[in-house]
Design a protein. Structure first.
Length: 561
């Protein structure tokens, strides 16, 4: 066995602990920032004078079949995943370098740890020893370097990992900077950045960051499931079901490390997007876990005696215009007056009440909030429907018919309905359209005016890079602003919370004044599981943690089919 690595205490960590003591930084923000800089979770808690918490949980039994309600989407190259449900299937055999946890910490997974230099321009990644691919070959630093390099390829359509790794990309080639990613030995990778970036580790923890082998072929993903994880796919039927079974021929490193995947077989069952169908399946005993419980169905499943897991998050809904979209030969949403008029006509409090039953907190149309360490307390533009219509009239668009599109599910549909109703009340002409999930998500970045949901990210600058930096794969608004891009790069180079917040205030103000989005509320997330299921806690960022699921000892398990 390799001797355990002596962790380095990054010099910013004690400064962050001081900010917590001064009330400038909350505990989650502190844990995210310090563990991203290579401080272990135990050491981070120790700097706060606290012991690392352990989760009280019933004793698990090995084996059984666990059935989860979840949409079974078409799989593709993980770096192009644009919906976390995809990652739940492939997480059976494709794992991550880093795990992000509900308490805000980042913990090593396929990595054993990492060190970051004082100004976040050099990262040293330590690869976990004794990991093997499921064909028996060793997992090494060369595999890590190769994956990071392929994340940096901007020529791959839909590759959002390139956004997360942007600092490592040569702007002239659209690929990794020569010499920036180096395997210095079998268990060490060094990343040499041209300028500071504190978001690198956080980017490696997001759901499209699954690690693939050297011979990976997206067209052969299920037929040739080479990976490091404990399961193999038995069947994947899009829109119907997927099945994973334990890979008994692979000595999964997690068993030896004490993580211990308990379930023998996972059945992922697709009931569409209507939550009433999920509840009916639960009542009929057809499923053991609901992927996500929303709206009034939270109370219904509570009443059925199912276990509820709840977490406050930075997940949200964004109702956005596409500034590049043409409608009848014109680009109406390129006019800032039209965009600002939309934001002024809609009350976020009404959206939270009618769309999500007050299960969250009101936001300010800036897609960053108090849960992010760099959030600045910038006021929203006041809601003023009369002034909004006057602004539309000034733009010459008072008679323009907007078509507002959403998926045909529960909370997203209801929230978008609430937006449309308020726009009509303000005197706007609005056509409301709902489409099936399969149609919506194949075109989600191209609609002129639509709603999408966005997951929680640990850092607000991560979201801004993914959604609003010019030309990125997930930029659905068509927003392109050189000043915004430059400020975002500046913010990503600042570790100090107070200094970074000064820059973030400028970014938030640009997004607000440009009327880029309606972002009315932050969501609390819920998941329900049948009695006897353990480890089914809702993850703050929907990340797949299949190894945590189990049945409690004595609870019995679902019978094999």
């Amino acid at each position: 066995m390799t001797a355990p690595r002596a962790p380095r205490l990054h010099p910013a960590a004690p400064l962050c602990a001081r900010e917590v003591a001064q009330g400038k930084l909350d505990r989650r923000e502190f844990l995210s920032r310090t563990t991203a800089l290579g401080v272990t979770s135990a050491a981070a808690y120790g700097l706060l004078g606290a012991a690392m918490p352990t989760q009280a949980q019933a004793q698990a039994q090995l084996g059984g079949t666990l059935r989860m309600q979840i949409e079974v989407r078409a799989l593709k190259d993980p770096r192009t995943y644009d919906w976390p449900q995809m990652s739940y299937i492939t997480a059976g055999w494709l794992e991550y370098l880093v795990a992000y946890n509900n308490d805000g910490t980042f913990t090593p997974w396929l990595l054993a740890g990492w060190d970051v230099n004082d100004d976040a321009t050099a990262y040293t990644l330590h690869v976990r020893p004794d990991v093997t691919w499921n064909d028996g070959t060793a997992f090494t630093a060369a595999d890590v370097a190769r994956n990071i390099t392929r994340w940096c390829d901007k020529s791959v359509e839909g590759n959002s990992m390139a956004t997360r790794m942007a600092t490592l990309i040569d702007p002239d080639t659209g690929k990794a900077i020569d010499g920036a990613i180096t395997a210095t030995d079998d268990l060490t990778v060094t990343l040499t950045l041209p300028f500071p970036d504190i978001t690198m580790i956080a980017g490696m923890s997001d759901y499209p960051a699954q690690i693939v082998p050297a011979d990976f072929n997206a067209d052969d993903l299920v037929a040739n499931p080479k990976g490091t994880g404990p399961y193999l796919p038995e069947v994947v039927e899009v829109g119907t079901r997927a099945v994973l079974t334990r890979n008994t021929g692979h000595n999964w490193w997690g068993d030896a490390a004490g993580f211990g995947a308990a379930i023998d077989r996972f059945e992922f069952i697709d009931y569409g997007t209507d939550p009433s169908a999920f509840v009916a399946a639960a009542a009929a005993g057809e499923v053991d876990v609901i992927y996500e419980t929303v709206g009034e169905f939270v109370d219904i499943l509570d009443g059925m005696g199912w276990q509820k897991s709840e977490v406050a998050s930075g997940s949200t809904i964004v109702i956005r215009t596409n500034q590049l979209a043409e409608v009848d030969g014109q680009t109406p949403y390129a006019d800032v007056r039209v965009r600002r008029a939309i934001t002024m006509a809609v009350d976020p409090e009404v959206c939270l009440e009618l769309g999500y039953g007050h299960r969250g907190v009101v936001a300010r149309n800036m897609h960053i909030g108090p849960m992010h360490p760099e959030w600045a307390d910038i006021p929203a533009i006041p809601v003023d429907p009369a002034a909004a219509l006057a602004l539309m009239t000034e733009a010459g668009q008072q008679d323009f018919e907007m078509e507002l599109v959403s998926i045909d599910d529960d909370w997203r549909k209801n929230t978008t309905d609430a937006v449309a109703a308020q726009l009509r009340d303000a005197g706007f002409t609005v056509k409301r359209t709902t489409v099936p999930a399969s149609t919506f998500w194949s075109n989600w970045t191209t609609y002129p005016f639509s709603s999408t949901d966005w997951n929680h990210r640990p850092l607000g600058t991560q979201t801004y890079a993914l959604a609003y930096r010019s030309g990125e794969a997930w930029n659905e608004t068509g927003f392109a602003n050189a000043a915004f891009d430059a400020l975002l790069a500046e913010a990503n180079a600042i570790a100090n919370a107070d200094k970074r917040r000064v820059v973030m205030a400028k970014l938030q103000t640009i997004l607000r004044d440009e009327g880029v989005i309606l972002q009315p509320y932050w969501r609390s997330l819920y998941r329900h599981a049948a009695p006897g299921v353990i480890g089914a806690q809702m993850h703050i960022a929907y990340l797949p943690r299949l190894y945590e699921f189990a049945f409690a000892a004595g609870a019995g398990t679902t019978s094999e089919p």
